[in-house]
Design a protein around this ligand. Structure first.
Ligand code: FEO
Ligand code: CA
Ligand code: CA
Ligand code: CA
Length: 560
C-alpha cells in the first residue's frame, strides 16, 4: 500500500473511533499508525479565540539542569496521576519503574475518561524488596523475589479528567495488575519448553497499540530475571546467570521471555506473540494495510543488534506471516524463514527455534548491526519510519542518532527501503541518547533521552553538557522548525519515558522512571521526587498540560 498516495479513508477512521459523531470541521491532519501516538478525537474542536491565544505563545527551551525536580518550560504544568505503590483497588498497587503509557477512551466521544496502560519495566531491589546487593551477607529471600515479581509487568487503571486534573477511578472494575506471576497463553502452534501457557511478563519497556484497541507491551532485558541460554557453534547451550536471582526460587525457562505481549484492556487477558521473534524488544509499532494485514516494526535494544519487521499474511494477525530483519547496506528486509533459507535450515531445527534464537539467525543472514535500536514511530505526514539509535559506547557512538527509513514507494510491506540519518545526537543538536519518540497530532517529533544514571553529570564525561535526562520537541513548522527544544528536565538520576498524548491533544502522559536510581542508603536518597510524605523517590506517571501542549498539537491549524 502506498502511504503517500493513500487517500484519507473516512470509513476506516470512523470504524476505529467507534460511535463518534464527526463534526463538519473534523479534518484529520494525518494518517493513522499504531505506534506510541494516541488517536485524536476532536482535532477540530478549537475556537478562533483559542487559536489567537495560542499563536501568541513563544517557544522557550529550558537550559540543561541537574536540579532534583521535574522542570517544565514556560507554558507547561504537570500533576502526578499515579506513584509507585499507590493503591489502584482494594487488592492491587501500582508497580515500580513505569515506562510506556497508552490511553484508550472508554467512550470514544469522551476524551477525558479512559483506561491507561502503564508498563513497569524493572525493579530497584533496594526500594522494592529491601534487598541490598552491596551487603555481601545479604541473601535474597523468596518473599523478596515475590515482591519484586509483583512490581514488574503493567497496570490497567481507569483515569478521568475532572477540574483540569487527571485522577484515578479507584476500584473501577477495569483496574488490575499484570505481573511476573500472571499466566498467559502463547500465540503459537508449538509449545515452548513444553508449555503453551507461561508464567508472567517482565522487563516491560515500551510497547504499542493495535488497530483492534488492545495494548502491546514489550519484554526488553528479559535475561536479568531467569538468565538466558547462550549457544556455542555446536549448538550446545550454556546458562547465563540472572542478575535478579529469581531463578533460585522459580524454575521458569528463559525462552518464555523476550516476546511482544498483547493485553486486552477489558479483561486483562494476555498472550505472547512468538512470530515477532525473541530479543530485547523495545517497542512494537504497527501499521494496518488496506487489506487489514499488519506490519509490525520492532527493534532489539542491545549493542550491535538489529531492526525487525513482521508482515502478516492474514488480516489482523500477529501470528501468520513473515519476520524480516534489516540489511541497511543493501536496503533489504531479509526473511527469517526457516523453510526458504537453507543457511537457517542447516543451523536450526525448525521455525520455532529460529524465532527463539532470532539474534543468531539474523547474524547468519548478514543483517546489519545497529547502535541499540529503541523506539520506532511512523511519521504521520510522510509515512517515513523513525528509529532511535540510542548509543554504542564501545564503537565510540556516545550520543546516538535518529534513523529514517523510507519503504520503497511508501509501501509498508515492501522488501526494499532507503535509510538515512535524520539527526545525530551531540552538543550541536542539543540532545544525547535518544530513546522514546512520539509524534503529536501536528507531526512535531517529541524525544526523550536515556543517558544512563551512572554516566550523567560526570564532570569529565561526554554527557556533562546535557545534565539530567530530558524531554525535547522538534517543531515541524514555523520559526523553530527543525530545532531541538528542551521542554522538560527530569529529577535526579531519572529518565522520562512513555510519552503519550491524550486524544484531545490537551495532555501529555509521561512516566518519570528511576528517580534516585543511584541511591545506596535509603535514608539518604539521591532524589526525593515527587516529594511526598515518604521522602523517598517514587517512579510516577504525570500529566503535562498547558497552552504549549495545545499549541503544538494544533500548530498545523494555526499555520493554515
Ligand atoms: Fe528499556 Fe530500551 O529502554
Ligand atoms: Ca513512541
Ligand atoms: Ca526505553
Ligand atoms: Ca532505554
Amino acid at each position: 500500500m502506498n502511504f503517500q498516495n493513500k487517500k484519507y479513508n473516512r470509513k476506516e477512521f470512523i470504524t476505529f473511533l467507534g460511535k463518534v459523531t464527526l463534526g463538519a470541521n473534523f479534518i484529520p491532519p494525518f494518517l493513522m499508525s499504531y505506534g506510541n501516538t494516541s488517536k485524536p478525537i476532536k482535532t477540530g474542536d478549537i475556537s478562533n479565540k483559542q487559536l489567537k491565544k495560542l499563536k501568541k505563545l513563544s517557544l522557550e527551551g529550558l537550559v540543561a539542569s541537574d536540579q532534583d525536580d521535574l522542570l517544565l518550560t514556560k507554558g507547561l504544568d504537570y500533576h502526578v496521576i499515579l506513584k509507585w505503590n499507590d493503591k489502584i483497588n482494594n487488592e492491587d498497587r501500582f508497580g515500580f519503574n513505569c515506562d510506556y503509557n497508552c490511553f484508550i477512551p472508554i467512550d470514544p466521544k469522551n476524551p477525558n475518561d479512559g483506561l491507561l496502560w502503564v508498563n513497569h519495566e524493572y525493579i530497584n531491589p533496594l526500594f522494592v524488596s529491601g534487598f541490598n546487593y552491596r551487603d555481601a551477607k545479604n541473601i535474597k529471600t523468596k518473599k523478596q523475589v515475590d515482591e519484586e515479581m509483583y512490581n514488574v509487568g503493567g497496570s490497567i487503571v481507569r483515569i478521568k479528567k475532572e477540574n483540569e486534573k487527571w485522577q484515578v477511578v479507584h476500584n473501577d472494575p477495569h483496574n488490575r495488575r499484570i505481573t511476573a506471576k500472571t499466566p498467559m497463553k502463547l500465540n503459537w502452534d508449538q509449545p515452548l519448553k513444553g508449555k503453551t501457557t507461561v508464567i508472567g511478563t517482565l522487563a516491560n519497556c515500551s510497547g504499542g497499540i493495535t488497530p483492534w484497541n488492545t495494548f502491546l507491551t514489550c519484554e526488553e532485558n528479559y535475561d536479568g530475571y531467569y538468565g538466558d541460554n547462550q549457544y556455542d557453534k555446536n549448538n550446545k547451550p550454556t546458562k547465563i546467570p540472572s542478575y535478579y536471582g529469581w531463578d533460585k526460587f522459580y524454575d521458569y525457562p528463559p525462552e518464555h521471555y523476550g516476546w511482544v505481549v498483547e493485553i486486552d484492556p477489558k479483561d486483562g487477558k494476555a498472550q505472547k506473540h512468538i512470530a515477532l521473534g525473541r530479543f530485547a524488544h523495545e517497542c512494537c509499532t504497527l501499521f494496518q494495510l488496506d487489506d487489514n494485514r499488519i506490519v509490525a516494526y520492532t527493534g532489539d535494544d542491545k549493542n550491535d543488534e538489529h531492526l525487525y519487521k513482521f508482515v502478516s499474511s492474514k488480516p489482523n494477525s500477529l501470528k501468520e506471516g513473515t519476520l524480516y530483519v534489516a540489511d541497511m547496506k543493501k536496503g533489504k528486509w531479509l526473511a527469517l524463514d526457516w523453510e526458504n533459507q537453507s543457511i537457517l535450515k542447516s543451523k536450526f531445527k525448525d521455525q520455532t527455534e529460529v524465532l527463539i534464537r532470532v539474534r543468531e539467525a539474523s547474524k547468519l543472514l548478514g543483517a546489519t548491526e545497529l547502535n541499540r535500536p529503541e523506539d520506532i514511530e511512523i511519521d504521520p505526514i510522510t509515512g517515513n519510519i523513525f528509529v532511535s539509535l540510542t548509543n554504542n559506547k564501545y564503537k565510540g557512538d556516545y550520543h546516538g542518532s535518529i534513523l529514517k527509513i523510507e519503504e520503497n514507494n511508501g509501501e509498508f510491506d515492501s522488501l526494499n527501503f532507503n535509510s538515512s540519518t535524520y539527526m545525530t545526537g551531540g552538543e550541536k543538536s542539543g540532545f544525547s541518547c535518544p530513546d522514546n519518540l512520539a509524534f503529536d497530532f501536528s507531526g512535531n517529533l517529541w524525544i526523550t533521552s536515556d543517558i544512563s544514571g551512572y554516566s550523567m553529570n560526570k564532570f569529565d564525561g561526554p554527557y556533562m553538557p546535557f545534565k539530567n535526562n530530558s524531554l525535547f520537541v522538534i517543531p515541524r513548522y514555523g520559526n523553530y522548525a527543525g530545532k531541538v527544544i528542551r521542554v522538560a528536565s527530569a529529577p535526579r538520576d531519572a529518565e522520562l519515558t512513555g510519552p503519550w498524548f491524550a486524544p484531545d491533544g490537551k495532555s501529555l502522559f509521561l512516566s518519570v522512571q528511576h528517580p534516585g536510581e543511584r541511591t545506596t542508603d535509603i535514608n539518604n536518597p539521591t532524589s526525593k521526587w515527587p516529594f511526598d510524605q515518604d521522602k523517598i523517590p517514587k517512579p510516577s506517571v504525570v500529566a503535562i498540560t498547558g497552552d504549549l501542549i495545545e499549541k503544538m498539537n494544533y500548530l498545523n491549524k494555526i499555520e493554515s
